[in-house]
Design a protein around this ligand. Structure first.
Ligand SMILES: [Zn+2]
Length: 400
């Protein structure tokens, strides 16, 4: 899955075969059809916020997507502040902290800027840093008692070591391929505080200064990820939900007198079938559809964050597969030749044609049966578990 996929394939009119197995009642056309691919339904999308449903993946994958979007999609944020002057009552450290949390426009930063750790420069340069200046003083004009210092007063200044200006008469500048890629992908507004100059967007208050006070600072904004500091998170929130009726009993609702009254159903419940109180508990059931609402801080459009999150997840999973192959010496081709190898290892492609409570669900996920084959595979020392089993020992090949 690469970015937003469209699931507009031929729809079959399976009565209860909608995504998640539920006939939607919310007036939204949920794609139907027999497919073993993950499905994404975008319910709403604008620059700042999106709501979408993901089905055809396991809970761990769905939650990983949420985490990757929050923690691994790069943005830029102010990371170092040089104080030349600060005579306001707000301490340097506090002002620096506030500056770090100001969202800066980071479109295209994944390819349009280098991590400073990967750069050859000593103290930040055009290719790994955006420099901002904040120089304000309050002289007490207009009879005001104090002045508000806001994020709109941050000005971008050129970082050192930028590309030479184009010379139509001379040879093209001598740039490495990497530098050239950064120049081509760099957004013209990279590093501008979000909302600056936009009418109707309130600027972020950084400090208030009295008469005769001034601030003169230089800020260095670097590329980073939310895993290292929350100021690099591109999203303010990701709401994530599955199983709104709690049919799987993954949580316990503590209540005083009335469970439903004290735990109102979420808005996503309209996309699922209500539970049948007389049906026995299905302990093999697994979550089918995951409901996300992601809200960007506007440094990157939310669509791009979701797309980058999906790409990063694919990349991360691929690196795990490669690491496992390197460790075990088994590659994909061998598994295919081995016949039953991964097929029996629980990696059965899911079939989501069946309804939520149906017995087909277990088969769909390759549930118990599949994992049984996995154990048998490396426990039997070559007794038919495919690739890994042939390696002889009863120990997992990953642990040798
Ligand atoms: Zn640099």
């Amino acid at each position: 899955m690469n970015g937003y996929s469209s699931f507009n394939g031929p729809s079959t009119s399976a009565p209860a075969g909608a995504a998640g197995g539920a006939a939607p009642t919310g007036g939204i056309d949920v794609p139907l059809g027999q497919t073993n691919q993950p499905r994404l339904l975008v319910r709403s999308l604008n620059n700042q916020e999106t709501t979408f449903h993901l089905s055809g993946v396991e809970l761990a994958y769905a939650n990983s997507l949420r985490r990757v979007m929050m923690a691994d999609v790069p943005t830029i944020a102010i990371d170092q502040v040089l104080f030349l002057q600060n005579t306001t009552p707000i301490p340097d450290e506090m002002l620096a902290h506030r500056l770090g949390l100001v969202p800066l426009i980071s479109r295209g930063v994944a390819k349009g800027l280098r991590y400073t750790r990967d750069c050859d420069c000593d103290e930040g340069c055009y290719y790994c840093m955006v420099t901002l200046k904040l120089k304000v003083a309050f002289r007490g004009a207009d009879g005001e008692k104090f002045m508000r210092v806001t994020s709109d007063m941050l000005e971008i200044v050129p970082s050192p070591g930028g590309p030479p200006p184009p010379n139509p008469y001379g040879p093209p500048p001598d740039l490495s391929e990497d530098d050239r890629q950064i120049i081509n992908n760099r957004d013209a507004e990279l590093g501008v505080p979000v909302g600056k100059g936009q009418p109707g967007v309130a600027p972020i208050l950084l400090a208030k200064m009295g008469k005769g006070q001034e601030i003169d600072i230089i800020c260095k904004a670097y590329k980073g990820i939310g895993k290292h500091h929350a100021k690099w998170q591109p999203l303010s929130t990701v709401a994530f939900e599955y199983d709104p009726y709690n049919k799987l009993r993954h949580t316990t609702h503590w209540f005083e007198t009335d469970e439903r009254g004290e735990w109102p159903l979420s808005s996503n419940a309209v996309f699922e079938t209500p539970p049948d109180p007389s049906a026995p508990f299905d302990y093999n059931a697994v979550p089918q559809t995951f409901y996300y609402t992601a809200e960007s801080v506007n440094s990157i459009p939310v669509r791009s964050i979701v797309e980058q999150g999906l790409d990063l997840l694919v990349e991360n999973l691929a690196s795990v597969i490669l690491a496992v192959q390197k460790e075990t010496g088994v590659d994909e081709d061998e598994d295919e030749n081995g016949g039953e190898g991964l097929e029996n290892a629980g990696f059965v492609e899911p079939d989501f044609g069946d309804g939520v409570g149906g017995a087909g669900q277990m088969d769909g996920y390759g549930g118990q049966q599949g994992y049984g084959g996995y154990d048998g595979g490396y426990g039997s020392g070559g007794g038919g578990g495919g690739g890994w089993a042939g390696q002889g020992s009863g120990m997992s090949p990953l642990r040798r």
